[in-house]
Design a protein around this ligand. Structure first.
Ligand SMILES: C[S@@+](CC[C@H](N)C(=O)[O-])C[C@H]1O[C@@H](n2cnc3c(N)ncnc32)[C@H](O)[C@@H]1O
Length: 281
């Protein structure tokens, strides 16, 4: 039986670091924190896990070659250990999701195949693989492959059921897409094209205005999370982010009238998230 989790439940739990109206942030490891949540209590999960990119390589930033070093949390521990980790946190999320809920996981080729395989192993029902096109992606310095300019978002239901139990705000998505069914390629433009053409939406990485409270090295754009929530959440829903970072998910959740629970184990990012949530309109 699904139950409503009140955020004040977290007062009783160790590690609740910051809270405000409709949101709470837990300071700690997501595997430990998720264990303390009741089963079937969460409506929507958005997870932006470590992509395991910080392994001594280089990238281009503002025209200069720099080392990819987002933090120790982003280092790979090898294919098998990384896959075991995906299985662990996905299992924990599946336990707390309501059968009517769904989960979104973002990633690049470094993790997304492992995440998708783990989802299949664990019995999730894959709904879509959304491609997010980043028009301002950094150039490829090695010149031995194409420029990486996309990220993938896997969207899945925690159960395989007929009829499908998850929420999809189909009409809203169609309306946002000029009256045509929305496709799984998101390229978010500032001004959607009028008329009957399929609108491809361009979504740049976050600009300075989204970083006024501080910097997170892998901060997601608010527009991306707003789209995710518009598609799959309803006001009052509890939205969980087990790898909260700067809590972009939370800012979008509050704007959508949802409640938000974020888990983050780096205290600096946790405080950044709290600042963003406190000043969210
Ligand atoms: C890719 S970033 C998320 C960025 C976020 N979507 C945003 O917009 O700011 C992943 C975050 O997960 C945190 N993290 C990594 N492993 C974790 C774990 N086991 N439990 C909780 N947080 C973790 C890292 O400190 C990092 O801030």
């Amino acid at each position: 039986m699904a139950r409503r989790l009140d955020l004040h439940d977290w007062d009783a739990l160790p590690g609740t670091a910051e809270r405000g109206p409709g949101w709470a942030l837990v300071d700690g490891d997501c595997l430990e924190a998720l264990e303390k949540l009741p089963p079937r209590s969460v409506d929507l999960v958005f997870a932006d896990p470590p992509y395991h990119l910080s392994n001594g390589g280089t990238t281009c930033q503002s025209g200069r070659r720099v080392r990819v070093d987002k933090g120790a949390w982003d280092a790979s521990r090898g294919v098998e250990a990384d896959h075991a980790f995906q299985r662990e946190w996905l299992t924990a999320c599946r336990r707390v999701l309501k059968p009517s809920g769904s989960i979104w996981v973002s990633g690049t080729q470094h993790v997304i195949f492992s995440v998708g395989y783990a989802m299949q192993e664990l019995g999730f029902h894959l709904l879509n693989t959304v491609t997010w096109y980043k028009p301002n992606a950094a150039p490829n310095l090695a010149c031995r492959m194409f420029t990486h300019s996309t990220e993938l978002l896997l969207w899945a239901s925690p159960v395989k059921s007929r009829p499908l139990a998850h929420r999809f705000n189909y009409r809203e998505m169609k309306a946002q897409n000029g009256g045509k069914q929305m496709r799984d390629l998101w390229e978010i433009a500032e001004r959607p094209e009028p008329g009957g053409q399929q609108v491809v939406w361009t979504l740049p990485t976050p600009g300075p205005r989204e970083k006024e409270h501080g910097r997170h090295p892998t901060q997601k754009p608010l527009g991306l999370l707003s789209r995710v929530l518009a598609a799959s959440a309803a006001p009052g829903d509890l939205v969980l982010d087990p790898f909260a970072g700067s809590s972009t998910t939370g800012v979008a959740a509050l704007a959508a009238g949802c409640r938000y629970l974020g888990i983050e184990r780096d205290p600096e990012y946790l405080r950044l998230g709290a600042r963003r949530l406190r000043s969210a309109p």
